[in-house]
Design a protein around this ligand. Sequence first.
Ligand code: PLP
Length: 259
Amino acid sequence: MHIVTTIAGSDSGGGAGIQADLKTFQELEVFGTSVITALTAQNTTGVTGVFPIDISFVEKQFQALVEDFPIAAMKTGMLYSSGIIQAIARMIGELNIPLIVDPVMIAKGGESLLQQEAIEALCSSLLPLATIVTPNIPEAEALTGRTIRHFEDMKQVAQSFLQLGVQCVIVKGGHLAEPLYAIDYVFFKNGQSFSMQSPRIQTKNTHGTGCTFSAALTAFLGRGLAMEEAIIEAKKFIQLAIMHDLAIGNGHGPTNHFA
Ligand code: PLP
């Protein structure tokens, strides 16, 4: 059994964060473990509170895992503060395993899941350790300070991430004004790139889409798939998860992790 870890925030509503990650790991037949960085009080209509975990206790969770398990891959999601990011980066730096960084910044309802002051720590401490970073368009723009309108902008943005030491950048195009397709662009350190296009699914139930995609990627890399294959499989998984969306709650329902 391959063991993987998510380092992220808890979503009490069960659609995103740690909960989405663990459900995805289970569905993809890897053993999921977790380091919780923050609790959120949240449902499908939004986040009503954030409670960050003490840095020392984030460290304690991480140590407990690495002392006992041969972890095959890790992902990070909501990290909230620069202190948590620096602690995580220091501990991950001692390991040599695939790391997927989902640079979670803002919830759909607009609530901040990453403090403004933490952006610098994310770029300088954690991204240089990342195997793959998976920004959506607003995250890519916020982290690089560039506006994305065309493919050329996308290439420039990817270049900024690659210069930080990231091995592969997936810019998720779901936020682009492209009515028929959701197109994701993948750029590798060696200059290679490809895009993945899927029909756009009209639904408001997309809560946790980013978390689920990066968790699927972590599961496939943990199972030993090559990077390109893992990326393609994760895209197929999230496409199915959105197609089988769950209309539960009064807001943005979650994608279905049992696709
Ligand atoms: N809450 C937590 C704890 C998350 O990690 C994430 C991940 O992006 C979200 C909320 C965001 O959810 P949404 O997809 O609704 O923006």
